[in-house]
Design a protein around this ligand. Sequence first.
Ligand code: NDP
Ligand code: 2IT
Length: 445
Amino acid sequence: MSYVDRIIADVEKKNADQPEFLQAVKEVLESLRVVVDRDNVYEEVGLLERLVEPERIIQFRVPWIDDQNRVRVNRGFRVQFNSAIGPYKGGLRFHPSVNLGIIKFLGFEQIFKNSLTGLPIGGGKGGTDFDPKGKSDNEVMRFCQSFMTELARHIGPDTDVPAGDIGVGGREIGFLYGQYRRLTGEFTGVLTGKGLTWGGSLARTEATGYGLVYLVEEYLNSIGDSFKGKKVAVSGSGNVAIFATQKVHELGGKVVTMTDSNGYIHHSAGINLDTIKEIKLVKRGRLSEYATIHGDAVHTDAGSGKVWDAPCDIALPCATQNELDLADAKTLVQNGCKIVGEGANMPTTLEASLFLQENGIAFFPGKAANAGGVGTSALEMSQNSERLSWSFEEVDAMLKRIMTGIFHSIDDTSKEYGRAGDYILGANIAGFRKVAQAMLDQGII
Ligand code: NDP
Ligand code: 2IT
């Protein structure tokens, strides 16, 4: 049995109840065969065994009191996966579906993503099964304060720096930061995605969506094309989806769809982002309201059809994991889609991503395509360390450099291994190399 097969079998045995984690590990290890099965050094130092086991898992109780004075209890997690190249870095997800397996998959992906940015950040992720939907601002504040009361003892500006993810935006980061500061008495860069008046970086809010579009644009430029005139299907209507849409529109493309957990809208005239921002960022409402404002847009309930049924040139899944399956991939190919760029983490199932690649679609995995968010978080850390803040234009230019750099790094790596255009392989190997070298250099720890 090869080294990779042995590790996959072992991970399957030990984590049978964590399907998303198994999916993420298998995808990465399949790509690494051509590296680790060629050189015994990795097996000799047990590198893969160490890579798939988090350095530390913290799980904790989060008690809080709701507006009816009832005691509620949620489960909190922080998975500190790998700190070989820098302090743990990765978001916090607040969503009822959160469990340890999901946080582990996200933390594992984060290791390679963070490495691809070229910046010194290790991989981590956290979250809770608390559902911010329908909660008052005061309930969210009390929850965040309780969550941080435990988390604070495990994080720090040089050890572990959390940020946002699904269900965690500027409001939540504010409440979390306030509680950290109150507990420790320190004003440090312990979180990213902070407000602009208290240490946040310009362009961090836009960074994930903008970065996704910068990477895809660099690919398009490399084949003599651009976003101009392209019809784009976007899923999600949160932070990543909104700013991806904004940048597509700036570059002359047209986004025609968006989704939330209740369904999707199709607006062939092009999505009106002002309306989306008002519904989603100001009112925290439902996407279906869009169709009551724009009479020529159609809303389809979840269960009655999927966003990937809409014909498009480029698909940008920006909502959540496994939202694009094999049947969707077949529909996309049939409808003439040419590019899929993952704004979300692992939105495409394994079978779907392989089908897309086999059918000539340029497929950009999330660990490369959505790395602009964490990359800009690392720029926020740099600004906090030097106690300066850079202009929007400076940060945006660095973000663009990071994303074009990632495109060329994964493209070159795919060619180096004789698999030109296999960006899954390119991203996994390019991300792995730097972390593996650091682990080799630092001994068996
Ligand atoms: P938000 O909470 O801002 O938005 C999430 C969007 O996805 C909402 O429209 C939400 O709909 C939808 N969604 C979430 N869960 C589900 C689900 N189970 N089924 C259907 N729809 C769902 O999150 P972000 O935009 O920040 O994150 C989106 C994705 O991007 C995630 O995969 C995240 O991990 C990834 N990502 C985020 C980064 C960031 O900087 N924020 C960086 C890199 C990746 P509804 O409102 O109905 O819940
Ligand atoms: O998945 C991700 O990369 C994020 N949610 C952003 C993490 C960060 O630390 O900015």
